[in-house]
Write a protein that binds this ligand. Structure first.
Ligand code: HH2
Length: 289
């Protein structure tokens, strides 16, 4: 496993997935003033493009560009403002790094369409196509991969009192159903990625149960993405109140998730997670060396 970036996966059955085989680090780029960790750092398109280039150099296979924070308690922004934030950044990244694989973190079809028009190749929808009735057809028409994420409630209130009888079973059933719905709407099966939505309407025990049982989600048969990076539950365990101090805890989640079959890891700290994955991959799959 070297640092080759984003070669298309040509293994049988992989369809046209625009990322390398093996574990893929998805580097987070929030073009927002209020994201819980990097809010305000990359509002300037130039600063955002420089950070994307750094993440690509550190081994990110995908850059996930978002224009609206979905942290607990966050307020939505207008669709126009979201496009104003993400499109110039996507254009700027691709002008200097045309090979970069970019996903757009949005649940709005117009933003997704604008981002795809600017060269993004993946849609990351935290509402699993529930947020906008036109999103499924935008994704189906673009024939692009789509990330379907589980969330209980909505960002403004989701952490107030999350409740499940069986969090793992319910998240699995939800993702299976949303994948079926997407396929019925014309999205090709091989373009579906599922995500248990760590921290989205989940308390500490819910997050831990999901991370402990990720093989159940992998069992659905789709590539799985996990986004635990720097999230509050890590701080609750380690005592790191500052999100930037949660890198080591994040790396633990990355390695454990990969061992359970998760192949896409959405993180802020690309190098730390990439190196941990390279070692994990060498231990688990020595034949790749
Ligand atoms: N987490 C966040 C945002 N988007 N998308 C997916 N698929 N999975 C996730 O776990 C996920 C996500 C929240 O983290 P972050 O982008 O760092 O913060 P904010 O929402 O405050 O911008």
């Amino acid at each position: 496993m070297g640092r080759t970036r984003a070669a298309s996966d040509t293994t049988p059955g992989a369809g046209t997935r625009p990322w390398s085989p093996g574990p893929v680090v998805v580097g987070i780029l929030n073009v927002t003033p209020d994201s819980f960790s990097d809010g305000g750092d990359f509002l300037d398109p130039e600063a955002a493009a420089v950070h994307a280039a750094t993440m690509l150099d550190e081994g990110a296979g995908i850059i996930d560009v978002g224009g609206e924070s979905t942290r607990p308690g966050s307020d939505p922004v207008s669709q126009e403002e979201e496009v104003r934030r993400v499109v110039p950044v996507i254009e700027r990244i691709l002008a200097s790094r045309p090979e970069a694989v970019i996903s757009v973190d949005t649940y709005r079809s117009k933003t997704a369409a604008a981002a795809l028009g600017a060269g993004a190749r993946i849609v990351n929808d935290v509402t699993a196509l529930r947020g906008d009735p036109r999103m499924a057809s935008v994704v189906a028409d673009a024939r692009c991969p789509v990330i379907l994420m589980h969330m209980q409630g909505e960002p403004k209130t989701m952490q107030m009192e999350p409740h499940y009888e069986d969090v793992v079973g319910e998240v699995k059933a939800f993702l299976g159903l949303k994948a079926e719905n997407a396929i019925a709407a014309g999205v090709s099966q091989e373009n579906i990625i599922v995500d248990p939505g760590i921290g989205f309407g989940k308390n500490l025990n819910h997050n831990l149960a999901l991370l402990r049982n990720l093989e159940v989600i992998v069992d659905l048969g789709f590539p799985v993405l996990v986004g635990a990076s720097r999230k509050t539950f890590i701080g609750k365990i380690t005592g790191a109140e500052d999100a930037g101090e949660r890198v080591f805890g994040t790396v633990a989640t990355t390695v454990l998730a990969y061992e359970k079959g998760v192949t896409l890891l959405r993180v802020h700290d690309v190098r730390a997670n990439r190196e941990a994955l390279a070692v994990a991959d060498a231990v688990l799959h020595a034949s790749r060396l």
